[in-house]
Design a protein around this ligand. Structure first.
Ligand SMILES: Nc1ncnc2c1ncn2[C@@H]1O[C@H](COP(=O)(O)OP(=O)(O)OP(=O)(O)O)[C@@H](O)[C@H]1O
Ligand SMILES: [Mg+2]
Length: 483
């Protein structure tokens, strides 16, 4: 036995309702177990309880017995690296070095782990230059190379492309074959979860073991987003040619002399939803950031970006990011970096632009801003969390908050970088409703995603980026991932 929970429960301080109730779970060496459930069911609390990270945050009951060592991957992609190193190789070796392990062994283990996840070439890279998926893989490598008895991974697939997920699934299976134990939690059933040999479902803090593999219908019933179903939903034909809302010509971005985006041409029509897929590190976030004027200093950018402003073509050329925001609402891959206020309402109020003559008629201006905030909050379905601190929100709600802020600014084109990240079935529904409302009012959406099912069901057009080049419809339907 590696882990045993008997009648385990946990109640956060200040809460009357337990987050976890009567959890029984036993994991043996070599076992790979997935716990699936909707957002808020208690998965992160369970992983933290098992790894002893809840401390004094509440009251626990029952028994949690762990034999050997356990390490945990948290569900916040922005907080997974140690903050103590600056290079990939050092980050992956950090734990071994801190434990005083023999240096050549630590080095060897770290390189092998990076290679097994297909990112050996990132060894000398600075951490701040990694794409979202690359960062997730580096965090996972750091944990794997510690070789703990139990790897507890809270949403390990966040930001990973389908190939990386499949590769991670195999690496974790090998880890179990060599005697390790893996516990995964997720809101989505994807390649990593499907690599597990047994499953349980967490619903409202209670765990139910499943005797058979989950079907699409099981997932729907449990509120889990099953990424496997890939029916292409035929979109209604566009009846007449519509205006081009965003036009990109010959966009090239180079970093240190190497092209990250290579002569990209792209048009997005008014009312159109376009998704961009492609491997980790392909250049998707770079594309959205370059449109929003948010590339790091040192990146070399050439080409033309034009947006429609009520029938007038506006060239964005050297327009700074804050002025572009009037046209292009950017919702980045890491929503935390765009949040700064203490409550959801305050965050949205800060986004509401102040008129230049604000000394006059302050009452009317305040009322207008409150109205804009209330309307955006309703459209993003955030009313229930209006007084919550943004950092206490799950990732999907943090993204919703940044999208609501873009509405207030009045952008006509939304650039959504991985909006499906970490969403359960209900949260996908909320996203779809938000997007549909936005395009119905004449907006356009350009979104990146690794979720083929969502792209197939939502997009008017699917593009893919591979090594900086943009292709039309290459991944529609894709190869089925489940054997
Ligand atoms: N600030 C930076 N400096 C140097 N290289 C960078 C920087 N940011 C990103 N890169 C590199 O540029 C390439 C494209 O990165 P980008 O973030 O656009 O990928 P992505 O397609 O969004 O990947 P993911 O699916 O993992 O989010 C990657 O190789 C990445 O490591
Ligand atoms: Mg990205």
């Amino acid at each position: 036995m590696v882990l045993e929970l008997i009648g385990a429960g946990f109640t956060y301080r200040g809460s009357t309702r337990p987050a976890l109730t009567s959890i029984d779970l036993r994991l043996e060496p070599g076992q790979m177990h997935a716990i699936l459930g909707p957002v808020g069911a208690g998965a992160s609390t369970l992983v933290r309880l098992i790894t002893g990270l809840l401390g004094e945050r509440g009251t626990s009951v029952g028994q949690v017995r762990l034999e050997g060592t356990a390490v945990m991957l948290g569900d916040d992609p922005e907080a997974q690296l140690s903050g103590m190193t600056s290079l990939v190789g050092d980050e992956v070796q950090l734990s071994g070095r801190l434990h005083g392990d023999e240096a050549t062994q630590v080095d060897k283990r770290a390189r092998e782990t990076l290679d097994s996840l297909g990112i050996g070439d990132l060894w000398g890279r600075r951490l701040e230059t990694l794409s979202g998926g690359q960062r997730q893989l580096v965090a996972l490598s750091g944990l794997l190379s510690q070789r703990p008895s139990l790897l507890a991974l809270d949403q390990p697939s966040l930001s990973l492309d389908p190939d990386a997920r499949r590769r991670l699934g195999h690496v974790l299976q090998d880890y179990c074959t060599s005697g390790g134990t893996v516990l995964i939690t997720a809101h989505q059933l994807d390649e990593v979860a499907a690599a597990c040999r047994d499953f349980s479902v967490l619903a409202s803090g209670r765990l139910h073991a499943r005797q058979r593999r989950l079907t699409v219908r099981d997932c729907d019933h449990e509120g889990i987003w099953d990424t496997r179903e890939q029916d292409r939903v035929e979109q209604a034909e566009v009846s007449a040619p519509t205006a081009v809302a965003l036009s990109v010509r010959d966009l090239t971005v180079s970093r240190a002399g190497a092209a990250v985006l290579d002569h990209v041409d792209l048009d997005v029509a008014t009312g159109e939803i376009v998704t961009i897929m492609g491997p980790n590190g392909a250049g998707k976030s770079t594309l959205l950031r370059s449109l929003a004027g948010l590339l790091e200093r040192g990146a070399d950018i050439t080409g033309a970006i034009t947006v429609d402003d009520d029938g007038r073509a506006v060239s964005l050329g050297d327009t700074p990011a804050h002025q572009r925001a009037a046209h292009l609402g950017w919702v980045g891959q890491d929503p935390g970096s765009q949040l700064s206020a203490a409550t959801v309402r305050e965050e949205l109020t800060r986004s509401a632009p102040l008129p230049t003559h604000r000394r006059r008629n302050r009452t009317a201006i305040r009322a207008q801003r409150q109205e804009a905030v209330a309307s955006a909050m309703a459209q993003a379905q955030l009313e229930a969390v209006s007084e919550t601190h943004p950092y206490d929100l799950s990732i999907d709600l943090r993204k919703d908050l940044v999208m609501a802020a873009a509405l207030i600014v009045g952008s006509r084109i939304l650039l959504l970088d991985e909006p499906t990240l970490g969403r359960d079935r209900q949260a996908i529904g909320r996203l779809n409703k938000f997007i549909q409302d936005f395009v119905r009012r004449g907006g356009s959406v350009l979104a990146t995603t690794h979720d083929r099912r969502w792209a197939a069901q939502t997009a008017d057009r699917i593009l893919s980026v591979d090594r900086g080049r943009l292709y039309e419809d290459r991944q529609t339907g894709g190869t089925p991932w489940c054997e």
